[in-house]
Design a protein around this ligand. Structure first.
Ligand SMILES: C[S@@+](CC[C@H](N)C(=O)[O-])C[C@H]1O[C@@H](n2cnc3c(N)ncnc32)[C@H](O)[C@@H]1O
Ligand code: SF4
Ligand code: SF4
Length: 316
């Protein structure tokens, strides 16, 4: 059944990092960022639409001065919330304040590698140390933490070490694949993993699946892309897109929360338009069209990492 399981809410495009892969080209605050009152309205709207989990993302959500009030408000209306952060601003004091307002908050912390060398290659010098400190602060306060890991051409061969890092810290691991959008497009030659490299990651996941809790994105595991089916993203100005990676493609916009409630936007959207070119293919039940944003970005109907027909493109 189609329902809004995880809806991302981009609170800001401001960020203290300038990661190479960043699909939203984060750095500066947008002029159309929602005010605290507008954020509250959106959270209410998502609650009314029975969204299962609201994932607060950015930019860097912890950069917002009103972040504690936002988390506190979400808790007060009974929303199940995840905070998606680089954790570099998660001082002991901030983490304690978050705990006071929402101790059950799920916290997703991005690690692009298990060492400073690999992580900082994407995120900039000194990033690992700051993120690791914030990560420990959340763990010390007993938060439910997941490591968010985006597989790329540089880190894929260290994926097993990333798994061990998550196991050592007793946290779960979310695995996603680099999609060349935003700033990421500039670095696609450096960062795009090939089909074989993604297969390596899948093998490691298989090896450890009974030892660690994984949350694996369909663009790694295969299966039908959840964009517009279980998942959508509310951009910084209230625009709703089926996946954040469609942020620059106006033809994929679902609507704007300043004009219509989320429930109406969600119910009137048909996600089949994302796979319209693949649906008649006899291999569809094996490949499901792969990552739709990746296909779109490459100007193709299909994702070469999964497509069963365009075999020549798959070796990578
Ligand atoms: C945009 S960030 C916002 C939250 C926070 N600043 C952080 O880095 O965790 C949300 C997630 O998207 C991931 N991400 C950024 N650019 C990406 C891309 N081009 N492809 C796939 N994931 C990407 C980040 O690594 C992070 O886990
Ligand atoms: S991935 Fe996160 S930390 Fe990195 S620039 Fe983008 S928003 Fe900032
Ligand atoms: S387009 Fe689909 S498969 Fe690709 S990242 Fe978005 S939800 Fe995942």
């Amino acid at each position: 059944m189609r329902y809004p399981k995880i809806i991302e809410f981009e609170l800001t495009t401001a960020c203290n990092y300038s990661c190479k892969h960043c699909y939203c080209n984060a750095g500066k605050k947008s002029t159309n960022e929602l005010s605290f009152d507008e954020v509250k309205k959106v959270l209410h709207d998502l609650k009314d639409a029975n969204v299962e989990i609201v994932d607060l993302i950015g930019g860097e959500p912890l950069i917002r001065q009103d972040i504690i009030d936002i988390i506190s408000y979400a808790a007060s209306i009974g929303l199940d919330v995840m905070l998606n952060t680089n954790a570099s601003l998660a001082s002991k004091e901030i983490v304690k304040r978050i705990k006071e307002v929402y101790p059950q908050l799920k916290v997703g912390i991005s690690f692009d590698g298990h060492t400073p060398e690999i992580h900082d290659f994407v995120r900039g010098p000194g990033a690992f140390e700051k993120t690791y400190r914030g990560f420990l602060n959340f763990l010390e306060e007993g938060f439910d933490v997941t490591v968010l890991h985006v597989v790329n051409k540089v880190n894929y061969e260290h994926f097993e070490e990333m798994v061990k890092f998550a196991m050592e810290h007793n946290v779960s691991l979310y695995v996603d694949r680099f999609v060349p959008v935003g700033r990421g497009e500039l670095y696609k030659d450096l960062l795009l993993p090939t089909k074989k490299e993604v297969e390596h990651v899948r093998k490691v996941i298989k090896k450890y699946e009974n030892k660690l809790t994984f949350y694996v994105e369909e663009n790694i595991s295969g299966g039908l892309c959840t964009a517009g089916r279980e998942h959508a993203s509310v951009l910084v100005d209230g625009t709703v897109v089926p996946c954040g990676h469609f942020r620059y493609d106006k033809e994929y916009y679902m609507g704007n929360l300043k004009e219509k409630p989320f429930k109406q936007i969600w119910e009137s959207y048909n996600p089949d338009i994302l796979i319209s070119n693949c649906k008649g293919c006899p291999h569809f039940s094996n490949c499901f069209g792969g990552c739709r944003a990746f296909a779109k970005k490459l100007g193709l109907d299909y994702d070469p990492i999964f497509c069963e027909v365009h075999v020549d493109d798959k070796e990578g």
